[in-house]
Design a protein around this ligand. Sequence first.
Ligand code: SF4
Length: 368
Amino acid sequence: MSLAATIEIKGWCPGALRPMESGDGLLVRVKPWASALTLAQAGGLAAIAERLGNGHIDLTRRANLQLRGVAAQSLPELHRALGQLGLLDPDAEIEAARNIMVGPLAGAEGRAIAAALTEALSADRRLAAGLPAKFGWLVDAPGPLSIIGERADVALCLLPEGVALRVAGRWLGLASRDQIVSCLLAASRTCLDGRPMPSLAGMDSVPVPGRQRLGRIGDAFGIAAPFGRLEAGQLQGLVALAAKAGASELRLSPWRAVYLDAEIEGASALGLIEDGEDPLLRIDACPGSPACRAASVDARRDARRLAAWGFAGTLHVSGCAKGCARSAPADLVLVGGDGRYGIVRNGTARDRAQRTVEPGELATVLRG
Ligand code: SF4
């Protein structure tokens, strides 16, 4: 199969300049540069969420943030506020094309490459406009928080001997550092129309991905929010703790943990998770009722009950069969409908349920 044929061309992704209608108002996706926010940006976003949204902020699996519950008439003010924070792209086309995820420990070199790639996309409008909506890049370096295992159409890993390049899931070889941006652009054209890549040097081993870890990891300190949902007040509190500890920024990750560049104290008092073994980390749950009009069950309330009862595997609690919170299979999936839950084992929210139960009967599900 050609590289071009493996690229999915479907759908579109919301942004700040092109928000999406959802059950609780407009959903505004903010894409931090190089997957990181300064403390001033994070505090500013919390204030915007409080003032112009409903205070709910989602961490996404592409290391972005989503503000929820924004009214259409608030958009001009929201765009002004994001612009003042340096979080707004010049136009919707560049915003849509700038899907560049940077690893939490990719360092200054990784960020410089992401910035140069953004600049190159802005200069090549034809390429930017031709990219499929979900086309994405990944910039990373080896280490305990490497994100190299994540999906990306074009991925690179900074190695001492050169820059390892992966295109449409295949490691192709090593590019030289001074040509990496032109190689990334060439790789995206290869994905689009199959034109040949420039030749690359051979490489021996493929970098090993990291895994979700919280607490202290080298110079970083990780925390997570239950179900990837931060409330504006929690984010303000986190910014205050970070400032007190001398941190300068929040780095986002595709597993929705947030990493700071200093160790903070008191995150759990804010309702945040510091323990990498917390059962809530194994559970994906959409907002459910009453936040989403499509739901007839309170998915997150029931997910917390299941976590407290000690379910051992991966669990997805979905307000309806759309399955917004997780597309990958889970060991147990509860799918809401007509006030009950359909039970799916080793599948997704779209699979056929084996039986249905009332929310009050969920304890029986854990017994098999
Ligand atoms: S899965 Fe259904 S209930 Fe949950 S957020 Fe998506 S549409 Fe709403």
